[in-house]
Design a protein around this ligand. Sequence first.
Ligand SMILES: C[S@@+](CC[C@H](N)C(=O)[O-])C[C@H]1O[C@@H](n2cnc3c(N)ncnc32)[C@H](O)[C@@H]1O
Length: 242
Amino acid sequence: MTDPVDRQFPVPKSDSWKMFNRISARYDLLNRLLSLGLDLSWRRRLCTYLPDKPDLKLLDLATGTADVLITLAENAPRLTEGVGVDMAARMLDIGRRKIIKKNLDKRLTLRTANANKIPFEAETFNCTTIAFGIRNVDDPLVALQEMRRVLRPGGRSLILEFSFPKNPLLRAGHLLYLRTVVPALGWLLSGEYAAYKYLNETIEQFPYGEEFCELMRRAGFSRVSAHPQLFGVATIYQGERE
Ligand SMILES: C[S@@+](CC[C@H](N)C(=O)[O-])C[C@H]1O[C@@H](n2cnc3c(N)ncnc32)[C@H](O)[C@@H]1O
């Protein structure tokens, strides 16, 4: 699925990783502020959906500064090997420093790679994850197919992404926040207005709920389910490879 409106975003999705390189130094801080710390709890919630297997080998796509891998490794000792890939080398540098500081470098490694062309053989991992990343890749269907390809049979993919509440009042409030507070605060703290306009515009455009579940089924996943977080402001999607 090539995004037909890609060119209309303040930053084309195919170049979004360059923008993340530019804001890398402020990325974690802005995440905490703009989500009021909720991003941390959503990443922790991912742990509850991990496959219930010993010796988990997991790949995290669009891993950024490695918050997902670190959270999973700290909360799920059965995760024995975690690999993170991202196109933005500066985001990965920050992630590597965090991993070393937390003494997780024997379990977690990071490398530069494109989520649309994962440099691993089929059936390598028990679990693949992507948090706030699928919306940023230029072809989400291909990324989902890649996530499934590298899963072993019986393996599971988890996708954490922004979505919208069903309740009209909550939805309106959330939209207002995304359209006003997010770009203003993002601009003030990172100096990159386009990056935070990009954030709200890509969230508004991206499929969520049943529409995203359908995209996962098209990618070949079975037993697909969606688990809304905080009235639907974000959703954890789960799909399996038979
Ligand atoms: C919003 S950040 C999410 C980072 C991290 N997963 C987290 O939870 O904080 C999106 C990330 O997607 C990465 N990205 C964008 N396009 C990509 C692609 N085609 N392949 C891999 N990573 C990509 C960006 O460089 C950026 O680090």
